[in-house]
Design a protein around this ligand. Structure first.
Ligand SMILES: Cc1cc2nc3c(=O)[nH]c(=O)nc-3n(C[C@H](O)[C@H](O)[C@H](O)COP(=O)(O)OP(=O)(O)OC[C@H]3O[C@@H](n4cnc5c(N)ncnc54)[C@H](O)[C@@H]3O)c2cc1C
Length: 276
């Protein structure tokens, strides 16, 4: 415990509150600081352990499944947060973070979108779970959550990075705030677009949704076909400095977008991000 506290101090010292918010998930997972996290004053909801039973597994893309679990007790989480999946094996405990993509208004079940990592430790096991299988979950964790502000919200996501954002979009729909939402979502190919039906639903409700492919598209593809870059943001976001940005995706994508947003003079307190 003392070792963990020292480690946390060393970790937190160089970070501003904003950067702490933006890398908390990675820190908690990488250094197994779950117990210490539970005692942090920034935590706004209670962290619990759940027994969860798989009630549906949907093949969303060739490599991603959305898994829905029924919980043994109610969960209270903020859209954008994640849970830790706990796997115990021969005295070893393995924990991995997975963002919740379901609405926070359904406290008896949760969904997550799982990408099977080749040669990964936990994701292949969870990916191939059969209906009725039970797992242990811990959570909720994370500060990548919606901030109340009158500014337009711009969501930039890549791959499974759309997961926490989906949960946020459900929340904004409930608050009838879809008109002030722009989502730019990047996937490699058309078959890799996650939650296409759900994104179409939010578009129907008034959000502006742009899907861009970075590798290839069929001749019938009508969306964008390039990476999310400064030119694309200048095209779709009229006054970037007056917007809130929520960015989620791979470390490389998030890093490059943070540089782009800085170049567009977006104040750092308007930028929230999560990466894995
Ligand atoms: C806040 C947060 C939210 C997340 N949300 C999601 C989500 O919603 N969906 C999702 O799919 N993932 C999410 N992740 C990622 C997830 O937590 C796991 O990191 C991911 O599933 C891989 O776990 P694993 O145990 O299968 O792979 P690991 O065993 O952790 O390995 C990861 C990769 O490293 C490689 N690797 C492992 N060991 C070595 C080695 N010795 N040398 C070289 N390469 C090696 C593996 O081949 C694999 O490709 C999130 C992560 C964070 C931090």
């Amino acid at each position: 415990m003392v070792r963990q506290k020292l480690l946390l101090l060393v970790l937190l010292f160089p970070f501003s509150p904003d950067s702490l918010e933006n890398c908390l998930g990675v820190i908690v997972q990488k250094f197994s600081l779950h117990n210490l996290y539970n005692s942090l004053p920034v935590r706004s909801v209670v962290v619990s352990t759940f027994n969860a039973s798989l009630i549906s597994a949907v093949q969303e893309t060739p490599r991603i499944r959305s898994l829905t679990f029924a919980l043994d007790k109610l969960i209270s989480f903020k859209p954008g947060q994640f849970v830790m999946l706990v796997h115990r094996e021969q005295g070893r405990v393995i924990k991995r973070a997975y963002s919740l993509c379901s609405p926070s208004s359904m406290p008896n079940r949760i969904s997550l979108a799982l990408n099977e990592m080749m040669n990964g430790t936990l994701s292949p096991l969870i990916y191939h779970l059969k209906k009725g299988a039970t797992v242990e979950l811990e959570g909720p964790y994370g500060l990548f959550t919606l901030h109340d502000s009158p500014r337009k919200k711009v969501f930039l996501a890549g791959g499974t990075g759309i997961s926490p954002i989906l949960s946020m979009l459900y929340e904004l729909e409930q608050q009838k705030k879809m008109q002030d939402v722009l989502v730019i979502y990047s996937a490699k190919k058309e078959e890799d677009i996650l939650f296409r039906k759900e994104l179409a639903h939010f578009e129907h409700k008034g959000a502006h949704v742009v899907i861009t492919l970075t590798e290839e598209a069929s001749s019938s593809w009508k969306g964008e076909l390039r990476r999310i870059d400064q030119a694309m943001l200048e095209q779709y976001v009229k006054k970037p400095a007056a917007c809130d940005f929520y960015v989620c995706g791979s470390p490389q994508m998030v890093q490059s977008l943070l540089q782009t947003l800085a170049a567009l003079k977006v104040p750092s307190e308007h930028i929230h991000h999560e990466r894995w």
